[in-house]
Design a protein around this ligand. Structure first.
Ligand code: FEO
Length: 402
């Protein structure tokens, strides 16, 4: 293969890889593929920022070889040890024999356990405020624990003023246009939203602490480890991160449900109409035909979640178990929630879903609905009223935030 490199600033090059075929990123559906971004800084000292996923090691090294000899690389900065960024590290360290690994203390422990290097690598363990002069530029390190793992950090290169932000501000999208302004901004922000919802949503409290540190830096470029480099519209994604991390929601409700013989489906549609009658937006997802990562994206800016299921075998439908387990992990803290369902000879789904919603740290309305067999017209009117009452509560909650 012949590989080229894309300069992103003077003597700084993109040397990462597009994984055009990837559709499943640990359970997150990625219809536009995934990128593993890596950057080479060719200063008096040569540094590689982040690695890629192991099967792409040769591609990264092919790009690097166009710019420097492997032995010229003095530093491999590992901002984050999750394997999408670090599993090529063993091959890179085998080929770049003079390189030291620049990493947080948590990251060093993770590298040693994941890759069990023998002999071990040489490390430069960094903490908040540490810097590494490269010549014209200097790398400054800012640990950002839990954005995304305990080991995570970002690196700010003073000189060209580039923030290498690793997972933060990333998007799962393959594109030949390396910069935000070479792509459709709406699509890039859509993918940044989906990324935040599925990867970072549970970490909002940590992100609120990190954003002021990032805003204090004189940034010209933000170079994440997934997706495009932000050189024009970083303010747009930064404002969205502030909104999402601070729990500012739109007048919007997401209904997730599944149904056996359409009774729960009838209830779901009546509840949706009730919510909509208050002017609150509402989206309906039947989970047997919906992708949970897209549902998570829609849920990110919604102020409310309503879950519905038929009772089956004294339990909830498996598709609902899947999405509610996912929500329990994502912890959509504080959003208003409720449950409803239908049953044949005995109920129970409503109570089970309510337990999930409590464990997901939502704010549960306990007066959910559960009806036997087919809902009657009167029962569907109650569903409509229930939806309208839920919508009015959403408006009250959001009015307090505005
Ligand atoms: Fe892109 Fe947390 O790894």
């Amino acid at each position: 293969m012949y590989y080229t490199n894309v300069p992103i600033a003077e003597n700084v090059y993109y040397v990462g890889c597009n994984d055009w075929e990837m559709r499943d990123f640990h359970g997150y559906f990625t219809p536009r593929g995934v990128t593993y971004n890596s950057y080479l800084i060719k200063d008096e000292k040569v540094a590689l920022i982040d690695c890629v996923k192991a099967p792409f090691a040769d591609e990264l090294l092919g790009r690097v070889r166009q710019l420097v000899e492997f032995d010229q690389i003095e530093y491999v900065v590992v901002n984050h040890v999750e394997p999408d960024h670090s599993s090529a590290l063993p091959e890179i360290m085998r080929r770049c024999r003079n390189a030291k690994v620049v990493i947080t203390s948590q990251g060093k422990l993770a590298v040693q356990k994941y890759f069990q290097p023998d002999p071990d690598y040489e490390y430069i363990v960094v903490k908040e405020g540490d810097s590494l002069p490269l010549g014209k530029n200097t790398l400054n390190f800012v640990p950002v624990p839990m954005v995304h793992w305990p080991d995570s950090m970002v690196s700010f290169m003073a000189g060209e003023d580039i923030l290498f932000s690793n997972d933060a501000f990333g998007q799962h999208i393959c594109t030949s246009g390396r910069f935000d302004d070479q792509n459709d901004l709406k699509i890039i922000l859509f993918e940044a939203e989906k990324y935040y919802a599925n990867i970072l949503m549970p970490l909002g409290q940590m992100i609120t602490k990190v954003l002021p540190k990032i805003k204090s830096l004189p940034i010209k470029l933000v170079a994440p480890s997934h997706g495009v480099v932000w050189r024009k519209d970083f303010a747009a994604v930064l404002a969205l991160y502030e909104k999402w991390a601070n729990g500012c929601w739109d007048d919007k409700v997401v209904i997730v449900y599944d149904t056996m013989w359409k009774s729960t489906d009838m209830m779901a549609r009546s509840i949706l109409d009730g919510v909509a009658s208050t002017g609150v937006g509402c989206k309906l997802f039947k989970m047997s035909v919906s992708d949970r990562s897209e549902v998570a994206r829609e849920m990110l800016d919604a102020a409310g979640i309503i879950a519905g299921s038929s009772t089956i075998h004294n339990d909830i439908l498996p598709t609902m178990g899947g999405i509610l387990t996912y929500f329990r992990g994502l912890q959509p803290r504080g959003k208003l929630s409720a449950a409803f369902g239908s049953y044949g000879w005995s109920g129970g789904a409503q109570k089970i879903m309510e337990q999930y919603l409590v464990e997901a740290k939502t704010s549960l309305i306990k007066s959910g609905l559960e009806f036997k067999w087919r809902p009657t017209r009167e029962e569907l009117v109650r569903c409509h009223e229930f939806g309208a009452e839920f919508g009015r509560k959403i408006l009250e909650i959001n009015a307090r935030c505005k």
